[in-house]
Design a protein around this ligand. Sequence first.
Ligand code: ADE
Length: 224
Amino acid sequence: MRIDILTVVPELLVSPLGESILKRAQAKGLVEIVVHNIRDFTTDKHRQVDDYPFGGEAGMVMMAEPVARAIDSLKAEREYDEVIYTSPDGVRHDQHEANRLSTLGNIMILCGHYKGLDQRIRDTYITREISIGDYVLTGGELAAAVITDSVVRLLPSAIGDEESALTDSFQDDLLAPPLYTRPAEWRGMRVPDVLLSGNFAEIDRWREEQALERTERLRPDLIR
Ligand code: ADE
């Protein structure tokens, strides 16, 4: 898989993409993640990428031309399954979307910045607009990092224990059951006996019940 990220602040993506599971997934060749600075595609000597909005609103708008040049130059190299724009007005990102994106070959993520992006780019280039929640971030870089992280960890063998991505919260529209590790008794609190029983059928049943109970209590909206 290949993920190209277009941004005006590439520095914001260095550490989220360069550590831990994402770092290892790239080292193993499971994914190639390339961050591009939109300013490199300006013809303007001040490398300006934003301008005042027509109609006199507050804030600045990302200009169409440098963004179009950046997208065109990437599209000249390969075809993209999705050209994503991160924006609070997009569809809400979730595990289903992460699963779907993880099956694609090449995706491009354009990070929104300033007040927003010239609508003509949204109309002509963007195939999907994604929000990571109903709040406004300074820019789309953290959203791009969140989306990328949620996708890359699903790639086969990105996570050491093959099973663990499948048993994540949300993978079956349920929250994950509680987890415990040693010691079996800590400050007077014991791990549920069933987990120490060695009876794996019972343990599976207990985990399912706990997942359902937790989801009903904390996220009833997930249970259709
Ligand atoms: N850019 C600013 N806020 C955002 C959000 N909530 N999701 C995605 N991109 C954003």
